[in-house]
Design a protein around this ligand. Structure first.
Ligand SMILES: [Zn+2]
Length: 406
């Protein structure tokens, strides 16, 4: 089956994950299991041993036809971002001849040349777009379709050399729980790739070091008419803390490898206030310095307000996988070579976020991230060039074969 047909079929399944589902519910939405079980069945129909476990993880093995090659894996997630509806996705294949792309009939949603300078590179190509009502789901059903198509290629071309290839399809990546129950040891791969990136050619192995910062402020509430010298307003204390954070270290003032602090949610009033921050930096030393400053600042503000009112708790969330991948740079070298062999110019780009591969890398499965070919993820303007889908499938085939060569 053509990779485009697979993709168009998979995106019709509503697989939105739910960040508000209780942690005990896994996957967060039952509808993800519909697509996951379909994928398990399709893998079995291809003749692979495939299973879906109690958490919904689908894993499959393509046995090696050469000896001595490492066990390689490819991982993609089936859920789509809760940021935009994923219900009743109606993908459309259009031929792009230049200009803006009208998504819905009312003309409310467009992919404009002004906002998408990369569009000009796809002139004359077929693109899969939405009808403006939903996201597309190329993140990450493009990855799913490309992995499935690559596996199918090896099944139908038994003479093409490959080592053992493991495949995993996971739920709940978009809500940060994608690897919560992933059993790296049982999976049994030496290393591999997540196929969950953006525009064709991207290779990602540097992501943020990430921590959460919790600020708890206890104020003293007194009737404002008689508050002189007595009231300690938690809102004012928070404002003092927030305004002492560096202005040039926010998401809106940084890019590429630059880190930041961001207040994500603030709840409170005069007597009590809690603020949830995220702290991010690619550089380990700068990351540690940011966390230390956050705690020191809380102590300083606490002293300024008489003590006993401000408490900061900093907790690490995940780390930059570059620390691990640098010990396995063959993963990047092989990916670059495979792309070049398919006429794609590889580009290593830093991730301003995390990936499932980052967690897996620290759990013993080195796992950089490869492009899917899709653009404008998590929105109605998401699209993917048809040619990128098939080229990326060829990249995965070439990559697999490159590890089977002595
Ligand atoms: Zn994704």
């Amino acid at each position: 089956m053509k990779v485009l047909d697979r993709f168009l079929r998979y995106v019709r399944y509503d697989t939105t994950s739910d960040p508000h589902a209780p942690e005990t519910k896994y996957p967060s939405t039952d509808k993800q299991l519909t697509l996951l079980s379909l994928l398990r069945d399709e893998l079995r129909e291809m003749g692979l041993s495939a299973d879906m476990n109690a958490y919904g993880y689908v894993t499959a093995t393509l046995p090696a036809n050469v000896e001595g090659a490492p066990t390689l894996c490819y991982i993609a997630h089936v859920d789509t971002s809760p940021a935009v509806s994923g219900t009743d996705v109606r993908p459309r294949v259009i031929r792009y001849e230049g200009g803006d792309i009208l998504l819905d009939e009312a003309g409310e949603y467009r992919i404009t040349e002004a906002d998408n300078p990369e569009l000009s590179g796809y002139r004359g190509q077929e693109l899969v777009v939405t009808d403006g009502r939903t996201l597309l789901g190329a993140d990450d059903k493009a990855g799913v379709a490309e992995i499935m198509a690559a596996v199918e290629y090896f099944v139908t071309h038994p003479d093409e050399p490959h080592g053992t290839v493991k495949v995993a399809f996971t739920p709940d990546e978009e809500i940060g729980r994608g690897t919560d129950h992933f059993d790296v040891a049982a999976f049994g791969a030496d290393f591999g790739y997540t196929v969950d990136g953006g525009e064709l050619g991207e290779i990602e192995y540097e992501n943020f070091n990430a921590a959460s910062g919790l600020l708890e402020i206890d104020g003293v509430s007194v009737h404002p008419g008689s508050a002189k010298g007595r009231m300690k307003n938690a809102v004012e204390i928070f404002a003092a803390f927030q305004s002492a954070l560096p202005k040039d270290q926010t998401p809106a003032t940084t890019e590429k490898y630059e880190g930041f602090y961001m207040p994500d949610e603030v709840k409170g009033s005069v007597e009590h206030l809690v603020a949830y921050y995220i702290i991010r930096d690619h550089d380990k030393a700068a990351f540690e310095a940011k966390k230390a400053y956050f705690s020191e600042l809380a102590e300083r503000i606490d002293r300024a307000w008489g003590g006993g009112c401000v408490k900061a708790t900093v907790k690490d969330s995940y780390y930059n996988m570059a620390e691990i991948i640098r010990q396995h740079m063959h993963l990047i070298d092989h990916a670059k070579a495979a792309m070049r062999s398919c006429g794609v110019t590889p580009r290593v780009v830093p991730i301003r976020g995390g990936t499932d591969g980052a967690r897996l890398s620290y759990e013993g499965l080195p796992c950089p991230n490869l492009s899917t070919g899709g653009l404008n993820f998590h929105g109605r303007r998401e699209f993917i060039p048809v040619r990128s889908l098939s080229t990326m499938t060829r990249v995965l085939i070439a990559l697999t074969e490159s590890y089977a060569r002595p």
